[in-house]
Write a protein that binds this ligand. Structure first.
Ligand SMILES: [Ca+2]
Length: 489
């Protein structure tokens, strides 16, 4: 009897040791085209590049509803917004199944540190400390099961400090699943002094489409208020524009102010990813830890004259996705299969050796991490954005993206856009009304409505959105501790 129990004990420990740790690092609004491994023309990110060099760079990972809260809900559940009930900035129902709960139940030690932005308390985590709402860049408050505490310092450094502490203090007999979620580089882009100085006098190259005149496009892009020229305010630029600046001179000035701060925030993220990777090396954890770096969506870096995200255009929907899994991912490789953030939860399940629950709507990316060639991988995927008018007067739309084309429908306006992504990768020529494209449009519409049906999107949130519920007030019961200053590790 004793012998049998001992054997079972060893077997289970052995099995547990083989399951990889998962370190999921996600920043907020970090566009792939601001990472040098993705060919950035505007900055250098040596630590993120290190992940790409040691692992695989996914070139086509997309967000299916390109704003913060819905993306986070999708990542946790493996479901589209209409299935997880979080289409806009409404409170996430934490009683539903999530990948954190599944991994915790399977013996993973689970942690969530940093920006949560789902309104309700995290569920399925052994340890959590989250920013209330958007959180603060400087001396941020954190919400924890025991109350609220303020930590002095810069938010990206602190989230990394807390993540390293989590790794040090974790139970060593379990694999871990850590979601390390940075606030940066979210608007209004407040860098720390060190990184601010790095970009203070830099002239950042402008994107080719900064002065897009929106010819051939529908009303949506004209009506939106996410324009660098018209909508960035003094809170964003941190200073009023020099007197007398107008027109193109003002656009140039605003673009520079925007990008200098945005890129400085990213530089701190990059440094701190380096700190985490170094800790994994020093502690011997690197070998059996899958490290993923991504962002909750992409971002317009002056592309089409815009900032922010929301639209189904490429800079907004494209997520960076770098994965290092020693012994599995081929160093320096790339992956061009189309993945979506709905796939993340199934991927975590698969990494943990668990079956993917039937209700999850994505697919595990593990075969792609292994470099397998899959003949049955998806060739199209479905997008839907609801937050209209929202914070930026951005029109609701749904659409389909294939390997070569994109069709978008602004359902409240009854207007369509269609792009040939092969010949027009910048999406400057809306071909929807081109008679020569009628057949292509008809095929794309069939694909779009086929996917919509298959995903059981019955327009649940088309006309009515749930109330806002993720941004304050956050007067959590329990004591507020005195601000603490942490020593730099
Ligand atoms: Ca975001």
């Amino acid at each position: 009897m004793v012998v049998a129990l001992t054997w079972v004990g060893i077997a289970s420990v052995g099995a547990a040791a083989q399951r990889p740790n998962i370190l999921f690092i996600m920043s907020d609004d970090h566009a792939a085209h601001a990472i040098s491994a993705y060919g950035s023309q505007i900055n250098q990110t040596p630590n993120l590049d290190r992940l790409a060099r040691d692992g695989v760079r996914f070139d086509r990972v997309f967000c299916v509803n390109s704003i913060c809260t819905p993306s986070r809900a999708t990542i946790l559940t493996g479901k589209y917004s209409h299935k997880n009930g979080t289409p806009v900035f409404n409170k996430f129902d934490g009683s539903q199944p999530t990948v954190a709960k599944y991994l915790q139940a399977a013996g993973y030690y689970t942690g969530m540190i940093g920006k949560w932005h789902l309104g309700s308390d995290p569920t399925g985590f052994d340890y959590w400390t989250i920013l209330p709402g958007q959180g603060a860049y400087i001396n941020p408050a954190f919400l924890e099961p025991t109350g609220r505490r303020v930590i002095n310092g810069y938010v990206t450094d602190i989230i990394t400090d807390l993540s390293i502490e989590f790794l040090k203090n974790r139970p060593k007999d379990k694999p871990f699943f850590l979601m390390c979620h940075h606030k940066a580089p979210h608007r209004n882009w407040v860098p720390d002094e060190k990184h601010k100085a790095m970009f203070a006098d830099k002239q950042i190259p402008e994107p080719a489409t900064l002065r897009d005149n929106y010819d051939t496009r529908t009303d949506a892009i004209r009506e939106c208020r996410q324009k660098v020229l018209g909508d960035l305010n003094p809170n964003d630029t941190k200073m009023p524009p020099p007197a007398g600046l107008e027109g193109d001179a003002l656009l140039k000035w605003k673009y520079q102010r925007y990008m200098q701060d945005y890129l400085a925030c990213i530089q701190s993220v990059d440094d701190n990813v380096g700190r985490l990777l170094n800790y994994l090396d020093e502690s011997g954890l690197s070998k059996n830890t899958v490290v993923i770096y991504t962002s909750d969506q992409g971002f317009f870096l002056g592309d089409h004259g815009l900032y922010d995200k929301r639209f189904m255009y490429e800079p907004s929907i494209k997520m960076p996705f770098l994965v290092r899994w020693p012994g599995v991912t081929k160093p320096g490789s790339t992956q061009s299969a189309m993945a979506i953030n709905v796939d993340f939860a199934p991927t975590f399940m698969d990494l943990a050796g668990l079956p993917v629950p039937a209700e999850m709507q994505g697919r595990s990316l593990v075969p792609l991490l292994k470099g397998d060639r899959l003949t049955d991988w998806r060739t199209s995927w479905y997008y839907r954005y609801y937050h209209d008018p929202g914070d930026h007067n951005t029109r609701a739309h749904y659409g389909v993206r294939t390997e070569t084309h994109k069709l978008m429908y602004f359902w409240k306006k009854g207007q369509w856009e269609m792009y040939d992504l092969v010949h027009d990768p910048d999406e400057l020529h809306n071909l929807y009304n081109d008679p020569a494209q009628a057949e292509t449009v008809a095929k794309l519409k069939a694909e779009l409505y086929g996917l919509k049906k298959q995903l059981q999107d019955n327009d649940e949130f088309a006309d009515k959105q749930p109330p806002q519920g993720v941004d304050g007030p956050f007067n959590k019961p329990g004591k507020t501790r005195q601000p603490e200053t942490r020593e730099k590790k």
